[in-house]
Design a binder for this molecule. Structure first.
Ligand SMILES: [Zn+2]
Ligand SMILES: [Zn+2]
Length: 379
């Protein structure tokens, strides 16, 4: 009998993606599963066929060879790759895909890796939003974390009165049982202990045998000065309690520093935009600027400052998280054009404008550039 096309076997299109091939294979495998085919004598060979097809098509190299040469790719050593999952070696190929495929046939209790006794608790994440001022000085923060903690009544063992759990008699502690299923042997998660390998005769009444209870836990967290958005603080062992006396996970505090209405931050440096009047910018003067520590600094504005001029205040920025000094604060001047003028102010400005005509280096240089630009355009 001629070999069927692998795509046809899986019921997939030639152009099917890896994902689509996987789906097609899963569907076929479920259809052909021994549980549903006790009266179909062809199920086994069809299953093998589907398995062989998928073994080839899931592998990019083998798939390429098959797409090009067809079945000939795997006969007589042409193309790459040795033959896997062929008719000769069905069971080993099957065990590779077994867990992946039939997890959902196992009554939902199937756990990867089989038996689980004491297992580590999950890590927890806690998002904490703080102000820039708090990030500047650091703070001690009380937080409440909903978590599961080791059960008090049974000391986390899950057994009433803290008694030791016993080895499961059904699976002898393996967490899995083997059963003859039609034409081959399958491993199933032990139904007695759900894969744990141990049973508890009298489960703890408080926690129902899990060894954990849900609690709100209060913690005092030390947030060091200099944290920024994205900083993670790990509190070792403060995560979820382990299962049946296993070690606890960790708690991670994820910091978010809120935007500030006066200061922008770049690493350890701060920026502050300070408006100055046209007159101060022209003739020079002092401005008072706020600093992140809540204080103020006087900054000298040099005569003739243009908008956008930056000045640096050394060591007035943020502290570095792990020591290593303090950033600077940069002041950026924003020269304000006066608005809502009185007629007196307008009059003065017109007079000022007249006096400025011959004495304005920026305007003079701009207009001379414009003139030569127009002249060049004419030529
Ligand atoms: Zn068992
Ligand atoms: Zn308990």
């Amino acid at each position: 009998m001629a070999k069927r096309d692998y795509y046809e076997v899986l019921g997939a299109d030639r152009g099917a993606s890896a994902d689509e091939l996987k789906k097609a294979y899963r569907k076929k495998a479920k259809e052909l599963h021994p549980d549903r085919n006790s009266d179909n004598p062809n199920a086994e060979s069809q299953f093998k066929e589907a398995n062989e097809a998928y073994e080839v098509l899931k592998d990019a190299d083998k798939k390429a060879a098959y797409d090009r040469y067809g079945h000939a790719a795997f006969e007589g050593g042409m193309g790459g790759g040795q033959r896997q999952g062929g008719n000769g070696d069905f069971s080993s190929a099957f065990s590779d895909v077994f867990e992946d495929l039939f997890g959902d046939f196992m009554g939902g209790g199937a756990q990867r890796g089989g038996r689980q006794r004491a297992s580590r608790g999950s890590d927890l994440r806690y998002n904490l939003r703080i102000s820039l001022e708090d990030a500047f000085v650091g703070l001690q923060k009380a937080i409440t974390v909903p978590t599961s903690v080791s059960c008090n009544s049974c000391d986390g063992s899950g057994a009433e009165g803290g008694a030791e759990p016993q080895t499961c008699p059904t699976c002898s502690g393996m967490g899995k049982v083997r059963a003859q299923q039609g034409f081959f042997t399958v491993e199933r998660t032990c139904p007695t202990c759900s894969g744990v390998g141990q049973i508890i005769k009298n489960p703890c009444r408080t926690c129902g045998g899990s060894g954990r209870e849900e609690k709100e836990r209060s913690l005092s967290v030390n947030i060091p000065a200099g944290v920024e958005t994205g900083t993670r603080i790990r509190l070792s062992g403060e995560g979820e309690a382990g299962l049946r006396g296993g070690p606890s996970g960790d708690l991670y505090i994820f910091i978010e520093v809120a935007e500030h209405e006066l200061f922008q931050r770049d690493g350890i440096d701060l920026f502050c935009r300070v408006p100055v009047s046209m007159a101060t910018a022209a003739i020079g003067g002092d401005v008072e600027v706020p600093t992140i520590d809540g204080g103020r600094s006087r900054v000298k504005v040099p005569a003739g400052s243009q908008s956008g001029r930056q000045m640096r205040l050394r060591a007035k920025g943020m502290p570095a998280l792990r020591g290593g000094g303090t950033g600077d604060m940069f002041i950026e001047l924003a020269v304000e054009t006066p608005v809502n003028l009185t007629s007196k102010q307008k009059e003065l400005l017109r007079e000022f404008e007249k006096l400025s005509e011959e004495n304005n280096p920026l305007l003079t240089s701009f207009f001379s550039k414009v003139k030569s630009f127009w002249a060049d355009m004419k030529n």
